[in-house]
Write a protein that binds this ligand. Structure first.
Ligand code: SF4
Ligand code: SF4
Length: 474
């Protein structure tokens, strides 16, 4: 039921939070059609943890009729930002924009204690925008992982005595690549055969240090499909994590930086292989709409951004492609499926790989609980959603899960490991790279513990029917 105070509201000024428009709240007609598609509502069944409840909260906050209490913050913080509600909303409520504005307001009004502010400053202002500092931090983490210290920490049980967030964070640390896998993507990768286009590649912030092999595979696959790939050394973070976490000013600065770098590279498209970054960069026009000096450049830049699957699926893959005899299932990252409305393209690419058997994953577009930094800040709900995803993955009997976002890879790998499952987790570009005859994907630590033999055709767990949306996994 709508909150009575909300129903009476008649604002005369444009509704904003932290200077960001939330006028989209008025499009909500409280129909509730989005409720069965919302993972947190599905898990908890409480109105205030549904899209409709959160929209009411945001509207009431913007109208100044409620204060940002602990309870209001908790309901907003528990939102994954997955935007599944946006996909199904018949009124076109721009939910992603609303929750970003609400988060910026939370950070303004409730920045938290000294330790939290320091921690956010280190991450959002120091590490993420500075690739060289990020590489230094990664070197320290690599020593922790390679020296055996991590093994000791895990085996000794000392994690149990760490404060709550750290206890959950340690197992989520990605295994950092070593040796040649650490090498950055070349600044220029020439097209194989006739060049049809010159593209830029976002190599990312965390992506650059933790997912180097996936970046390298992306450049190789693009090149095999006629793209000259430019990966500018001067690029930094795109600002997606900042925008999602309420760090609005830094997000603006990083967006301007990304536009400058790729404009200077003279590329026709900017290719992205991380879902949150792609969705965010496609929204630069909205982000910089109030800045007359940047508005036009931001709109042009946003129009040039392509998810890697979207770009590759625009034309048939160039051959020859080798057989890949295995059974895989595909998990849709939220910001690819809901944020960019890309669903058919990854499946169309998989269908072109000879020998590959693809089984549909029930609730394929249901959030896995990763959601940017959500699995770090909301470990309980993240674990519930992770377990739900893993149960569906295992039921398919596939020997690998293919997806298109590093955050999902980390979350699903960790969930599978916790169950002792040998199922591999791969970025779609790794599988395509393999079809082009490259040794990748080797059984990398990032990808789980290695595959199992492919299921024979017709084996139990083939193509499973999807349960109705909103129903709890069995
Ligand atoms: S589907 Fe759209 S209009 Fe209906 S309650 Fe959800 S957000 Fe509001
Ligand atoms: S973004 Fe996701 S978690 Fe948040 S309200 Fe919408 S469906 Fe629910």
């Amino acid at each position: 039921m709508p909150h009575p105070a909300v129903a009476e509201a008649k604002p005369s000024q444009p509704l904003t939070l932290h200077g960001l428009s939330v006028e989209g709240v008025d499009r909500c007609v409280h129909c509730g059609l989005c409720l069965p598609y919302c993972p947190t509502f599905s898990e908890l069944g409480t109105e205030m943890d549904s899209p409709r409840g959160r929209i009411m909260l945001i509207k009431s906050l913007a109208e100044g009729r409620i204060k940002l209490t602990d309870s209001a913050v908790a309901h907003l913080d528990l939102c994954l930002g997955c935007r599944a509600c946006e996909t199904v909303c018949p009124s076109g409520v721009p939910y992603g924009q609303l929750i970003e504005a609400a988060r910026a307001e939370i950070e303004r009004q409730r920045p938290g204690g000294l330790l939290r502010r320091w921690f956010r400053w280190v991450n959002f202002s120091l590490l993420l925008p500075n690739p060289s500092l990020l590489r230094l931090a990664a070197a320290g983490l690599r020593v922790y992982q390679a020296s055996g210290l991590r093994y000791l920490v895990r085996a000794s049980g000392v994690l149990r005595f760490l404060p709550e967030p750290l206890r959950h964070w340690e197992p989520l640390l990605p295994d950092l690549p070593s040796g040649p896998d650490r090498a950055p993507v070349p600044e220029v990768t020439p097209a194989t055969g006739a060049r049809r286009v010159r593209v830029g590649l976002l190599t990312g912030c965390i992506q650059q240090v933790a997912f180097g092999p996936q970046n390298q595979a992306t450049a190789r696959v693009l090149a095999r499909n006629g793209a000259e790939v430019i990966a500018p050394r001067t690029q930094a973070c795109c600002g997606a994590l900042h925008a999602h976490a309420g760090e609005h000013e830094t997000a603006l600065a990083l967006a301007r930086g990304a536009i400058e770098v790729f404009e200077a590279a003279g590329v026709e498209h900017v290719i992205v292989n991380t879902s949150g970054c792609g969705a965010h960069m496609k929204a630069y026009g909205t982000l910089l709409a109030d800045d007359p000096a940047w508005r036009g450049r931001a709109v042009r830049f946003a129009a040039s951004v392509r998810d890697v699957s979207e770009f590759l699926a625009a034309e048939p893959l160039r051959g020859p492609l080798q057989e890949v005899r295995r059974t895989v299932t595909y998990h849709d990252p939220c910001h690819v499926a809901h944020g960019q409305k890309i669903r058919t393209q990854p499946r169309a690419l998989l269908a072109q790989i000879p020998g590959l058997r693809v089984v549909e994953l029930p609730e394929a577009d249901w959030c896995c609980g990763s959601a940017g930094t959500y699995n770090l800040t909301q470990p309980e709900m993240a674990t519930r959603l992770q377990e739900r995803k893993i149960a569906h993955v295992r039921a398919t009997r596939a020997d690998a899960v293919v997806t298109a976002n590093p955050g999902c890879i980390i979350q699903i790998v960790q969930g599978l490991r916790a169950k002792g499952s040998p199922i591999q987790v791969l970025h779609i570009v790794e599988l395509l790279d393999q079809a082009y005859g490259n040794p990748s994907p080797r059984p990398s630590p990032q990808s789980g513990e290695g595959g199992v033999p492919p299921s024979p055709p017709g084996a139990e767990g083939g193509v499973l029917p999807s349960p109705p949306k909103g129903e709890r996994a069995g």
